[in-house]
Design a binder for this molecule. Structure first.
Ligand code: FE2
Length: 297
């Protein structure tokens, strides 16, 4: 590679533009989440509307809590479970179980009413529940699409490793280290779970137009061109460029766990209230009316 090409490549590396510490709160029926956004100061990272880090929480027997029946319209909810067992049911009769490593990519579209609860056997036994839910916005012309479920068991989620074995990635959406996701997204989305060993480093290539952020949930990551320190429970947003550098110090005590998410911004008005995300307040009012009249499923 010529010196000019090396410089061009280096100048395309993204820097961290903002580090956000997640807020702790109770969601659904009262389960603990950490939420880097939305908050008062950061409403969304277009096209991402929300990131909830569920637990980890060690439930006693009979005490695990989930989210009973509630509606959604106008966006997608993506659940990625790391530990525990969840059960999903909707008013159209769909039912599915989430085991550790599984992903449910639910496109609510025109509307669903669903529950997201601990599996009855997990509720009875108790144990550790740990996972993530993200909300991905839909473009205006897709907000009323027919609801769609992609339930992907862990075994079908592609995994890759770097040549030196220090970087492992689970490819939930998009591409990384030669693996391509099996999940189909409405707009191009990258959703990667990296486990990086001490001394490991990786540059994730992304389209220049995409917004990108990471969320660290174990250890201390060196993120972006300036190797900004990002610790467990923090999200970091990146500025413009293409490649996102991720590295772990050689003296780190253990591996770092990090989610990387990227997507092309919709650049559309966002009206959100409760479980509905549309483009205008009138459409939100219509969603509540439709829900009251039982039209969401
Ligand atoms: Fe939900």
């Amino acid at each position: 590679m010529s010196e000019t090409k090396v410089n061009e490549r280096l100048s395309a590396l993204r820097s961290v533009s903002q580090v956000v510490t997640a807020q702790s709160l109770l969601e659904g029926g009262g389960f603990p989440v950490r939420r880097p956004f939305p908050t008062a100061s950061l409403s969304l990272i277009d096209p991402f509307l929300l990131l909830d880090h569920l637990g980890p929480v060690d439930w006693a027997r009979g005490e695990a809590i989930g989210a009973p029946d509630h509606p959604h319209r106008g966006f997608e909810t993506v659940t990625y479970l790391l530990a525990g067992r969840m059960q999903h049911r909707d008013s159209a009769g769909n039912q599915g179980n989430l085991e550790p490593g599984d992903v449910q990519w639910m496109t609510a579209g025109s509307g669903v009413v669903h529950s997201e609860l601990p599996h009855p056997e997990f509720l009875a036994s108790g144990g550790v529940l740990h996972g993530f839910q993200i909300w991905v916005n839909l473009p205006a012309e897709k907000k009323m699409m027919t609801p769609r479920y992609q339930d992907i068991p862990s075994a079908r989620i592609p995994t890759s490793r770097s040549a030196n074995d220090k970087v492992q990635v689970k490819v939930i959406a998009g591409e990384a280290l030669g693996s391509k996701a099996v999940i189909d997204t409405v707009v191009p989305i990258t959703y990667l779970h990296f486990t990086i060993q001490p001394g490991g480093r990786h540059v994730q290539e992304l389209h220049d137009d995409q917004n990108a952020f990471i969320y660290v949930f174990g250890g201390e990551l060196l993120a972006g061109a300036e190797e900004t320190i990002v610790v467990e429970g923090q999200a970091a947003l990146f500025g413009s460029g293409s490649g996102v550098p991720l590295a772990v110090h050689g003296d780190a005590e253990g591996p770092v766990e990090v989610l990387l998410l990227a997507g092309s911004p919709l650049n559309e008005p966002v009206a959100r209230r409760g479980p509905f995300v549309m483009n205008s307040e009138e459409e939100i009012d219509q969603a509540f009316t439709d829900y009251r009249h039982g039209l969401l499923g």
